[in-house]
Design a protein around this ligand. Sequence first.
Ligand code: IFM
Length: 560
Amino acid sequence: QAARNGSLWLRTRTRGSRVELAAAARLTLTAPAPVECEAWDVHNHPTLVRRIPLRAGETAQVEKTVVIYTSRDVTDPLAAANARLDELPTPAWEALWPAQQRAWEANWQACDVTIEGDDEAQIAVRFSLFQLLIAAPQNDEHVSIGAKTLSGYGYRGHAFWDTEVFMLPFFTYTRPAIARNLLSYRFHNLPGARHKAQAGGFQGAQFPWESAGTGEEVTPTWVPYFADPTKMVRIWTGDIEIHISAMVCLACCQYWVATGDDDFMLHRGAEIFFEVARFWASRAEWNKNANRYEYRDVIGPDENHDHVDNNAFTNAFARWTLQTARAVLAWVEQHDPTAAAGYRARLGLDEAELQRWQHVADHIYFAYDPATGLIEQFEGYFQRRDIDLPAMEPRTESVQAILGIEGANLVQVIKQPDVLMLAYLLPDLFDQRMLEVNFDYYNARTDHTYGSSLGPSIQAIMACRLGKTVEAYEHFIRAARADLRDVRGNAGDGIHGASAGGVWQAVVFGFGGLRVDREGWRVQPHLPAHWRRLTFRFTWRGKSHLIDLPNHDPFSSEAV
Ligand code: IFM
């Protein structure tokens, strides 16, 4: 690192990988009086200081130009960044602005959502899309989007399932090339995921709960307790929150269905599926007394409850992955027999293993009670204490903060949708009655206000699907305000990227009612009464569609 005159360089090596990143920056100032200059070569914070004396009415112009290269692009990133900076005029604004404008016009043309009759919702949705787009890897398939995007240091830039489940659908349906980059990041990180599986005594590939440059697990094991930073808390998610591997598969599938990108599925998605199926088959434990496979000691999406057995979400997605992996292999065999033979040989996939996948899938325990229609979130959940959540109001903290980590584990209150998340992602598992009873049961037990920021958008979509538009709007606006009103007081750590993606999904899949499957797409809107019109764009199999939904009879439904 070095700072001098008007330029500043930063060279850094990312921990745990061999990628070197160099940035060259230049500050240009136009001021009516002499400018005081200082440069501080502070470790990791090279700093340029400029003091500009101004009288009332005088103007100064400040321009900062930054060029970034990594050692993945060139052998000497610092030299490349400096060379590119030197090529740019001083100031560079006029030269760079037209390209910037064109890029944003293309973005809004592909992605914009308009909401008439609700300025707050309109601003929130555009804010969310902007946040997602500025964090997205437009030209790089070796990086993902961290849970806090690039806007803060929260979670140290690590990527979670937030990317595949919450943010990726926006890209899949509006900027599919970016979605491909994000999924390719997982493909390139298969070696890290294989290593994680192996280190845990399993086969195949297990994607890390928190992922960075290499696909190795980077979840911290101990962190300071948020309520009392003098105490340390053991973080178990990296060890046992295992559903993320299935989420990567699901995202590949959604992308494939929406884009028809067979090349991706053939050469990247398929391998992800086979390796993840292998992991699920080896992680399953046979319960000989009950004649079934189980997944014990896991954390499902609801992180208020850890070390649970047979989380319904996890089990259902293990089964889905095993079944879909077989279907993908059959498709590869039909579509490109040479590629199929290559997979069989390279990965050592044989009939015995395929049969084992089928056997495991056919015998995975799924706690559904046909009499009530209820799915038990995990074994023993119904025995946990059922507390009166409304009686805890008013509150300004999560139930977990109030009861403590152990206390929250003992009660039924959940941090975010779990069974309902399953209903959202695998809707075919639920008929209307199941949807209703599970919504009513779990909705009443969810910490909507201070639980996970991932919850409200999904809750909004599920409420829309049940025709509860007023309730859906309450959840939606909570998601919309997550950062704009700093609801949890932690926006300083960075944008809640999953919530931003969830806002788009709540508008498009919830209120807009877009539903897609292999056969095609259809729209069944549920607009809030005060919305006069909703328009959104999405791309299906290479063709862009504009959906325009005027609210013809805004006062006939429930009033907000
Ligand atoms: O991935 C989420 C998780 O579902 C809830 N805790 C925060 C993580 C990062 O946003």
